[in-house]
Design a protein. Structure first.
Length: 80
């Protein structure tokens, strides 16, 4: 499985961020760094996606419960 071909990497298989990183390193056969971003605005998300795409890098969006929740949080975004 190549996690850099824009297919979905199965997060449910990872028990932790470390196991996710270990799985990615195993697939790529090299060490990598994951870019973790807090999605505080649409601009932040778009810029992160563009940056990751330009260098073919994996990313993780790490949101707090106050940012994104069932009612939209302070960003107005839901988990969908």
């Amino acid at each position: 499985m190549d996690i850099f071909n824009h297919n979905t990497f199965a997060f449910k298989e990872a028990k932790s961020a470390k196991s996710l990183l270990d799985a990615a390193c195993k697939v790529l056969k090299r060490n990598i760094t994951l870019l973790c971003i807090s999605p505080i605005s649409r601009e932040t998300v778009v810029a992160t996606l563009r940056a990751a795409k330009s260098i073919n890098a994996p990313i993780i969006f790490a949101a707090s419960l106050n940012q994104i929740d069932i009612n939209g949080g302070y960003t107005g975004w839901t988990p969908k």
